[in-house]
Design a protein around this ligand. Sequence first.
Ligand code: HEM
Length: 319
Amino acid sequence: MGLFFTLIALVFFLGSSLGDLSVGFYSRTCPNAETIVASVVRDAVAAEQRMAAILLRLHFHDCFVQGCDGSILIDDPNAEKHAFGHQGVQGYAEIEKAKAQLEAICPGVVSCADIVAMAARDSVALSNGPVYQVPTGRRDGRLSNVSFADDMPDVSESVQQLKAKFLQKGLSAKDLVLLNAAHTIGTTACFFMTHRLYNFPNFGTDPTINTAFLPELKANCPQNGDVDVRLGMDHGSERTFDDMILRNIKNGFAVLESDSQLYTDPETKSVIDSYLGILNFLLGPSFAKDFADSMVKMGKIGVKTGPQGEIRRVCNAIN
Ligand code: HEM
């Protein structure tokens, strides 16, 4: 009997110290952690609507390099955040603000990586997207280097390359479609459109763009124009989380080249189509639920738990 209880205790100890992420990880150690992050995100989005998309994107860029460990947040001349693959990523001040409030009430408890994951979740909910629970317990990484982000997925890569990069992170073709559907909110700089509109191999212009859409895209991002001008990525619905992005991709109204690629491959095309059937609302899979599941999966990439990593005092510096 004694041995039995020792074994149970050991399993419990290993589970909590080395183990997986869990929903409500801070419920005893910092019960207000989730509320505080939610209120910082709510205020930030109220002040600047773009912030929801910015914080959602930040989580993706954090997870794809060294795992979801807050490595993108580090400030240093040679830090990861300066990588080309992280071009335009923002939201650092909002994460730091949440961290400062959390340190004031429960110092050394809540990781920056978890704040990023929670902020992404809250941003989705604030954009009318699915409300989902995010498992926490990530610890912060202690390494950040510009070269670590060399392999970020790029807008001009083929769907085969994108599938391979997601697979390397344990994400399927279905996850690739669902996670890219995060482009249902937010904007892109014209910087990312030049290749697609003016330098596309053989045609000059990406032939997947619907001819009814091309003049509008070119007018928004003229050749040799200001590359910092921004345009919504989900044509007609850039502020609301919905399945319009999938319809746009299907109809040649995708703004990003990498999104349009998703309808050129049989596997990813069938994932898109699976959410767009006429009776889908009754019989089909739920885009909102599956998106949330893929977000939770992405949030587990290469996480550090238990004795690994650290809980940073501030998010932009290693302790
Ligand atoms: C194949 C993978 C992906 C590529 C190539 C890609 C590329 C891009 C590009 C080029 C932009 C515009 C950036 C700017 O101009 O500031 C962007 C924005 C964005 N991305 Fe992605 N992305 C990918 C996957 C994801 C994933 C997995 C998520 C989240 C789950 C995501 C969320 C966002 C959001 C929300 C924005 C809007 C940011 C804003 O409005 O400032 N992306 N993405």
